[in-house]
Structures are given as C-alpha cells and as structure tokens.
Design a binder for this molecule. Sequence first.
Ligand code: SAM
Length: 282
Amino acid sequence: MKKTVTETLHDGVQLSFAVEEVLHEEATGHQRLQLIRNRRFGKVLLLDGAVQVTSADEFMYHEMMAHVPLMAHGDPADVLIIGGGDCGLAEEVLKHRRVKSLTQVEIDASVVDFARQHFGEFNAPVFDDPRFSVEIGDGSAFARETDRRFDVVLVDSTDPAGPGAVLFTREFYGNLKRILKPGGIAVTQNSVPFLQKNEFVAGFGALASVFPVARPYVVAVPTYFGGFMTLGWASDSEQALQVDQKTLEERAAGMETRYYTPALHQAAFVLPRYIADLAEKA
Ligand code: SAM
C-alpha cells in the first residue's frame, strides 16, 4: 500500500497526503518537523502533525497576510513578523520597496535553517536582502520587552497549541498594540472558523477586546481545508480600511502576485454570514 502522511490537527476529519518521498523527519526540541514530497502540492512541511506550508499553495496565505496590510498602510517602513519560520511571508513583505527594515522573531531556529535549505524556490531572495534580520526567540517575550515600534506586525504562527498558544492571548495582543506606531496595523493567523470555531471565537475575541478596530478577513487555502481561513486585522484606526481601490491599484502597480489583487483586497473583508455571526459573538 502507498505510504501516506495524515494531518492530525482536527478531531473527526483528516487530510492525508500520498508520500512520494520522505525528505526529512526530526524532533527539533520545540516541535516535530516532517517534510514530504506530494505529487500535487510539491514539498509539504508539517510541524507537530499540522500542515504549515506547501510549495504549491504557500503564495495564497502569504500574499494575503502581507499585501493587505502593507498596501493599505501606504508607508510601512518598519515591519515585524512573529513566527513565519519558512520565510515565505518575508519574501512577500520584501517585495514592498517602502519597507526599510523587516525583523522576524521565530522561536525555532531549525525551521528557518531547514526552510532555507528546502524552500529556496520561494524564500531564496530573503536571505540576500540587507533589510531582513532574524532573531531566534519567543515572539510573545519579544513583544513584551522590545523598545522598538513598528508600522505593521504580522503574526504568522502555528495553531493555538504548543509554542504558538501564547500568540493567541489577550496579553500578547496588548503587547502588539504597545509596539505599533500610531495608525499601525497588526494581522494575525486566525484559524479556519468552520473547523476551529472555538479557536476563532477565542482568538478574534481576544484581539477585539484589545484593539478599537478589529476585523476578520478571508483567504481560501487548499491545504488549510474546511472553507475560508481568516486573518485578524487590528489597528487603533479605521483609516487604512478606507483606502479606495484606485489608491490600492497605484500602490500595487508593477508588483507580481498570484492571489492578491486590489479588488480582492477589498472583497476579503466581506464575510460569509456564518463567519460574521461567529465574529459578532467573539
Ligand atoms: N508560513 C506558514 C504558512 O504558510 O502558513 C505557516 C506558519 S510558520 C511555519 C509558523 C511558525 O511559528 C513556526 O516556524 C513556529 O516555530 C513559529 N512559532 C510558534 N510559536 C512561536 C512563538 N511563541 N514565537 C515565535 N515563533 C513561534
């Protein structure tokens, strides 16, 4: 029988990948890392049994997490990524010429080293870019302790279990608010509401209890199955949500994307009723 790897993230329903080749398996000290090759998705990275990134669909999530806040902000000079070990998000952020510094705080050095070796097809430009630096450490401790301030903070974390759990708490979101400049924007991974109802309500509820402006927006990613996944937008101001399509088109001119468009940027904030209802309850 053909070997498969099965994601163990959800109770009662699972996603299995036929394995063409096992490329790597390791216990990193923080989490269990597996890399396999699948015919449809290319290289598939799992941490603690949850799919993190695949070479075929990484652009969908990374483009929507990066370009929506960065295009809306207009002058995102200082950007922080928390998590984001595979560096696919960093690649999208660095496409923005107005970004002067990008700091990434990732808890697990081996994910970054590993992704550098195995996902060069999308993250190679990141490591040669002088604007980019990585700090190894817990993102919640960084947010609590740093004196730096950022225009945009992107929380590209694992799901709310294990080392990623602290990145969904009220205390952490309070520290995110502290390290944003006025008018700054934070975007967080906010789960797949259909399959992770409790995680969505708890995570979005914590965000909305801290920030005066909090809105979920949607992106469909094949390997985060179960309908739309949501990203949580948070800010002290409505202003960046009101940027019109013409301005977004001017800012996006000349940038190569495969998922993001200015029209989709605006449409992503239009929620299916079941997600709007959950957000209301949060
Ligand atoms: N970019 C990916 C995608 O396409 O969805 C997924 C997420 S990325 C691999 C998630 C990263 O968050 C992992 O590398 C993990 O080590 C990191 N992480 C988890 N908890 C963390 C914490 N408390 N501080 C910093 N990084 C953390």
